[in-house]
Design a protein around this ligand. Structure first.
Ligand SMILES: NC(=O)c1ccc[n+]([C@@H]2O[C@H](COP(=O)([O-])OP(=O)(O)OC[C@H]3O[C@@H](n4cnc5c(N)ncnc54)[C@H](O)[C@@H]3O)[C@@H](O)[C@H]2O)c1
Length: 316
């Protein structure tokens, strides 16, 4: 089996490549990545040797390049992570989010149709559902309406709809996963966890949006990768699967826990004006995926220390 992983030099894509290469030792992999500011070849350096993984630098927005890639490498399966992913950047400059996340996904879908593939798996986000009230315990299910609030989330919701249209219109074998916030090693230090660790290590103020009470449902990145593998193996084409670990934590609580691990004072926390359109709460019902046999292996309590320590060692 030949598996094309787009965005494989990013945070989650690199973990997925590592997990799949360890798990499926007879399969080969192609990593397609434009190496934007968020992509880093060092994320895959420890297994980028031998003949099982080929790194190809290029852009999913370049239709000729993508078509040549499919002709040359003839992938059986495509797992599509490549995207612009930072909500704050989407607020100050949304255009590139539309180009990569919507047009780029469309270009890949066209290539999959032309070349014939066994599966196109689209990696999406719970942010397409918008926000939940802080109180009441409601959860996003796959039936929840799409109500994205940021340009990032709107671009991901648009790409989800495009993917589903290729299933309905052309019968392309697609699946979609919508995952909650990931934590783990190798994340670019603009996202909450590595950013706060970086600032804390330098004894700088830790900027927390608003009152810090916004809640996210945190999942370990390896649990996310295992879930995608389960969907590839047992998921039904044309279906959407939510992925979440039922670990709802407010931003301020998470930042305090990281400071505790680092042995740094909570006084470093500084409240800054809230992000525009900041969603209050995300929480995922992943029972549809659990029926396929997936369950989380990590908890924040057990894994956070190791993750923080990795950043202490590796962050610049
Ligand atoms: N990080 C999370 O918590 C989270 C949660 C749910 C879903 N997701 C989704 O998972 C996927 C991966 O997220 P991540 O956090 O690893 O992102 P990331 O920003 O760390 O990595 C994105 C990767 O895509 C590459 N890329 C960007 N534009 C490209 C283009 N035009 N052509 C080719 N490559 C390009 C980048 O170079 C980078 O390697 C995204 O689709 C994101 O929407 C992320």
């Amino acid at each position: 089996m030949k598996i094309l992983v787009t965005g494989g030099c990013g945070f989650i894509g690199s973990h997925f490549l590592r997990y799949m290469m360890d798990t499926y030792t007879n399969d080969s992999f192609i990593c397609l990545d434009a190496l934007t500011y968020a992509g880093n070849k060092n994320n895959i350096a420890d297994f980028l040797h031998g003949s099982r993984l080929t790194m190809v630098e290029g852009n999913v927005r370049d239709a000729d390049f993508v078509d040549d890639l499919f002709t040359t490498y003839t992938p059986d399966i495509v797992v599509h992570f490549a995207a612009e992913t930072h909500v704050d950047r989407s607020i100050t400059g949304p255009q590139v989010f539309l180009e990569t996340n919507v047009i780029g996904t469309g270009i890949l879908l066209d290539a999959c149709l032309r070349h014939g593939i066994e599966r196109f798996h689209h990696v999406s986000t719970d942010e397409v559902y918008g926000t939940l009230p802080l109180q009441g315990g409601s959860l996003f299910t796959e039936q929840s309406p799409l109500k994205p609030t940021s340009p990032y989330a709107a671009s991901k919701a648009s790409s989800d709809l495009l993917v589903l249209s290729y299933y309905k219109t052309y019968g392309l074998p697609v699946t979609i996963s919508r995952c909650s916030n990931n934590y783990g090693t190798h994340q670019y230090p603009e996202k909450l966890i590595p950013l706060m660790i970086q600032k804390a290590l330098q004894e700088e103020a830790l900027p927390v949006y608003g009152d810090g009470l916004n809640v996210r449902d945190w999942i370990h990145v390896v649990d996310h990768c295992r879930a995608i593998d389960v969907i590839l193996q047992k998921g039904k084409v044309g279906e959407v699967y939510n992925i979440g670990a039922r670990e709802e934590i407010s931003n301020i609580d998470l930042v305090k826990r990281m400071l505790n691990v680092l042995g740094k004072p909570h006084e470093l926390i500084t409240y800054v004006p809230d992000r525009l359109g900041h969603d209050l709460r995300y929480a995922i019902d992943s029972s549809k995926l659990e029926i396929l046999g997936w369950k989380r292996e990590y908890t924040v309590d057990k894994a956070l220390e190791e993750v923080v320590e990795w950043y202490r060692e590796n962050i610049r």
